[in-house]
Write a protein that binds this ligand. Structure first.
Ligand code: GLA
Ligand code: ZN
Length: 675
């Protein structure tokens, strides 16, 4: 279920806070939104205090007025439930709603996204407000979706959370013996005899600060706390979801996610959301590949359907250390990049720039000058006009990926809680190592979770799969047996889902499919490297060097130095009809490019098309045809020769096979070919 969209146009708009302004300003807002071709507003994101002045009173007078006003002006509404920041009176009267920090400090009222997810008060009043809103506004046919809370996140260490954690453990493990086994509590005499001996893993118990890293002495319990916290917050989403659906079963419900946000397992969350939406705020240092990777992750969380770009800034943020302006054309380019990776709506934070508090210097469609002749407004209006012309041409179009890259939240948590072998090892870096070359070759990629089916892919990359959950090895074996190409790396197959090592040699359950075992791992400090030669050139071996023993696999490259010189670093194993590769170290982008392109060639996977460096080509396929997005991220003009006939959807011209398309700096083409 995507946005309820009966206008057959891409929804375009953003967060709108008319409650902060006198009504004369609303009129001007409507004029400007019309001029910018905006057709949807997200309302009511932070209005809890205004809507509920005390325990029993709800006051919708202002929101009624706003709803009438935007409805009369033909706008669709993404209706937020306002539960992202609780009212001050509620915190005073019911302090259980306030969170406790990891060091035991109880918070006071302030900020936002500040409610304890296991607070009885929050769990009572948040869904109650959602229900009141749904009952009041269910008659409006312009509500395109419900937007629960706002950017759920964070964590809490209060006593209610501790109690709920024990309940979660009981449900998960059944017996205290099973908890003891899973956490290996015989280490350091941690054996629990009773459930209420179990305390939250915090700076008062298992955690300690190690040069700014939050480390734990018992990974098992810390890992479970993360799972529990993600589930607790998900429960809060679901409580509101259920009451909204009861009143308006046909209206989709979402909440805005944040890409690679470590605290919440979005792959699990996605299963409970009608559609995934997310807020994209790349900093100028982020590469186009990093932004694309986030979009692909978010698309994957929604089951590879499309997603909604719920927020982006039209121009500037206020919370980076230096808030550089998006250069001319960049907002348009990033919007089309989102669309190219699956976005079915493009929305901004925010429509009108606020005058007070910490977001007064955050970009907006209408800035403090309030004029429609600013650069930013003109760019927003131009994009709005273009999107209107594109109609529904790419809506719900799919990314035709034959390649998958596995990402697993549990593994992210576990790998980075690990004490040893190296603090330099970062799960996201390993993911990017493989994503970047795929992106630069314009190869469509699905970011998948461990629950996803592998049979639709030709190649599956599984970097740094430290935690190999029960059954996942079988999935991989079956995939390779049936002809798939599987690539994994150093520090994989080490532990099970409880972070317990799988004895018998690394990489545990993956040894047979890979035809190797790993005897030792050498963690290299910054500045020290080994090396290997791969198809000619020499590449660095960095961070971790696995010392590999062959058990059926072929050695493709060997280390050049040290006592493990001439032992394998890259291996390949033929297994059934497929192949399983192991890359036993971290190397350079040059290596990953060469390696990934060989893998893809062998597997018969080609990119969308060849483009100059910095020009991205991505497609979305619908039942009728294929939309090709050409995105020039460079600051100079680029030319691309087309391999077949395309119609330019924005320029209304036709290109023939062999024609040269010119893309200005930061320019975009949206092309169409019938299937
Ligand atoms: C987030 C929030 C918005 C706003 C923006 C500012 O995405 O959801 O309310 O604070 O950040 O960038
Ligand atoms: Zn709590």
């Amino acid at each position: 279920m995507a946005y309820r969209n009966n206008i057959k146009k891409i929804l375009y708009g953003g967060d709108y806070n008319p409650e902060q302004w006198p009504e004369e300003v609303w009129q001007e807002d409507m004029r400007m939104m019309k001029k910018a071709h905006i057709n949807i507003v997200t309302l009511n994101v932070f209005s809890w205090a205004a809507l509920q002045p005390d325990e029993d009173t709800y006051d919708f007078t202002k929101l009624d007025k706003i709803m009438e006003y935007v409805g009369e002006n033909g706008l669709k509404v993404c209706m937020a439930t306002s539960t992202g920041a609780h009212p001050a009176w509620m915190a005073k009267r019911h302090p259980d709603i306030l969170r406790t920090e990891i060091d035991g400090r109880k918070r006071k009222f302030g900020g936002r996204h500040n409610s304890c997810p296991n607070s009885p008060t929050y769990r009572k009043y948040a869904p109650k407000l959602a229900g009141e809103l749904a009952r009041r506004y269910k008659g409006y046919d312009n509500i395109a979706a419900w937007h629960v809370s706002n950017e759920f996140g964070g964590e809490c260490y209060c006593e209610n959370c501790e109690k709920a954690f024990r309940g979660w453990l009981k449900e998960t493990y059944g017996t205290i013996e099973e908890v003891n086994r899973s956490y290996n509590t015989s280490f350091w005499g941690h054996t629990f005899y009773d459930w209420d001996e179990i305390v939250l893993p915090s700076f008062l118990s298992e955690h300690f600060d190690c040069n700014g890293r939050n480390m734990t002495m018992f990974q098992g319990i810390s890992l479970d706390y993360r799972r529990f916290m993600s589930d607790s917050i998900l429960d809060c989403f679901r409580l509101e979801y259920d009451v909204l659906k009861k009143e308006m079963p046909d209206t989709p419900v979402t909440t805005n996610l944040m890409g690679f946000y470590k605290e919440l397992d979005y792959q699990k969350w996605g299963k409970y959301m009608d559609f995934v939406s997310w807020d994209s705020y790349p900093s100028p240092e982020n590469t186009p590949a990093e932004t694309a990777l986030n979009h692909d992750l978010m698309r994957g969380c929604g089951g590879q359907d499309s997603f909604v770009l719920m927020e982006q800034t039209p121009s500037v943020t206020n919370w980076h250390p230096f808030n550089r302006l998006k250069r001319p054309g960049v907002m348009r380019l990033l919007s089309y990049q989102a669309a190219a990776h699956g976005a079915d709506a493009i929305q901004f934070f925010q429509i009108r720039r606020t005058v007070g508090a910490c977001e007064k210097f955050h970009g907006a469609v209408i800035d403090h000058a309030g004029r429609d002749d600013t650069r930013v407004f003109r760019e927003v209006a131009q994009l709005g006009e273009e999107l209107e012309r594109l109609g529904d041409i790419f809506l719900e179009g799919r990314t035709p990926a034959e390649t998958a890259l596995l990402f697993d939240w549990d593994n992210w948590w576990a790998a980075e809680y690990s004490a040893g072998p190296s603090v330099r090892m970062k799960y996201l870096d390993a993911i990017k190592d493989y994503y970047a070359p795929l992106h630069s070759q314009n190869i469509p990629v699905d970011i998948i979770s461990v629950t996803d089916d592998l049979s639709r892919y030709k190649v599956v990359f599984v970097p740094l799969l430290y935690m190999t959950k029960s059954g996942y090895d079988e999935k991989i074996r079956e995939f390779v047996e049936n002809g798939g190409t599987f690539v994994t790396t150093y520090f994989s197959g080490i532990v099970d889902e409880h972070d317990l090592v799988l004895p018998g040699g690394y990489p545990g359950r993956l040894k047979d499919v890979l035809g190797i075992w790993v005897e030792e791992q050498d963690a290299l400090p910054e500045g020290e490297q080994n090396a290997f030669v791969y198809r000619g050139p020499e590449y660095p071996a960095d961070i971790l060097c696995d010392i590999i023993r062959l058990q059926g696999a072929k050695c493709v490259s060997a280390y050049q130095r040290d006592f493990y010189q001439r032992t394998p670093v890259i291996t390949v194993n033929s297994y059934g009809k497929g192949k399983a590769w192991y890359v036993g170290t971290r190397s350079s982008q040059e290596f990953y490019r060469a390696f990934v392109s060989e893998i893809m060639q062998e597997a018969g996977v080609t990119g969308v098309m060849e483009t100059p460096e910095g020009v991205e080509a991505a497609v979305r396929e619908t039942k009728k045809g294929r939309v090709l997005f050409l995105l020039n991220h460079n600051t100079k003009e680029e030319g691309i020769v087309l391999e077949k006939e395309y119609r330019d959807l924005l320029e209304e011209s036709v290109y023939h096979e062999g024609d040269l398309v010119i893309l200005p700096a930061k320019g975009v083409r949206v092309l169409w070919a019938e299937i």
